[in-house]
Design a binder for this molecule. Structure first.
Ligand code: DGI
Ligand code: FE
Ligand code: FE
Ligand code: FE
Length: 187
């Protein structure tokens, strides 16, 4: 599918404000990719599709996780995590994306994981800091991202983990592992 058709189709999957977020992630992913030496075309492709399943009914996501043998462990954790692996599946099946690293950038954009590629880090970081994001600490992430993807992403993960703890929620283990990996990489 060509870029324009993909954009129109993704846009139709979500409300207007979420589309503004996706445009922000596209723009920020391209900027970070150029800054840190990643192919901006691949970064933009992952960004376009990263939240494609965000507004799908949970039952539809759950069905895909079970039928397509995605990690069922996810079903024990917050539903907010599900759209990322489901999005990677949809990107491949419905949008014809074959680039495994682009698919992984979609798959891990929410949870993170150990051993994230630079492309994965950039999409995950862009998701935290795109221009329409506004949460306490976002400017610290933006300024750290001037110099270090890893430092900025560590601040992002720390914020998410703190937020989940404050809400009394369970933390998906990959996020803890991703955060620990980022601590190792910045030191
Ligand atoms: O889809 P977006 O809103 O753009 O952002 P996202 O895909 O990074 O989703 C983030 C949400 O997921 C955020 O509100 C926190 C929630 N969440 C729930 N459990 C976990 C989690 N995020 C991570 N990283 N790890 C979790 O265990
Ligand atoms: Fe997301
Ligand atoms: Fe995120
Ligand atoms: Fe997002």
């Amino acid at each position: 599918m060509d870029r324009e058709a993909m954009i129109e189709s993704v846009k139709a999957e979500m409300p207007e404000r979420r589309w503004l977020h996706v445009q922000g992630v596209m723009e920020t992913s391209v900027k970070l990719a150029k800054r840190f030496g990643v192919d901006p075309v691949r970064a933009e492709l992952a960004a376009i599709l990263h939240d494609v399943a965000k507004y799908w009914p949970t039952a539809r996501m759950e069905q895909i996780i079970r039928e397509e043998k995605l990690p069922e462990e996810l079903l024990d954790y917050d539903k907010e995590l599900w759209h990322a692996p489901v999005g990677a599946f949809i990107a491949e099946r419905d949008y014809g994306v074959t680039d495994a690293e682009v698919l992984d950038a979609i798959r891990y954009h929410t949870s993170g994981r150990v051993g994230m590629t630079l492309l994965e880090k950039i999409v995950c970081l862009a998701d935290y800091m795109e221009p329409s994001r506004d949460f306490p600490g976002v400017n610290k992430i933006r300024s750290e991202a001037e110099h270090s993807v890893e430092k900025a992403l560590l601040t992002g993960f720390d914020g998410t983990i703190t937020f989940l703890i404050e809400k009394g929620k369970r933390i998906f283990p990959l996020t803890v592992l991703a955060r620990n990996d980022m601590v190792r990489q910045v030191n």
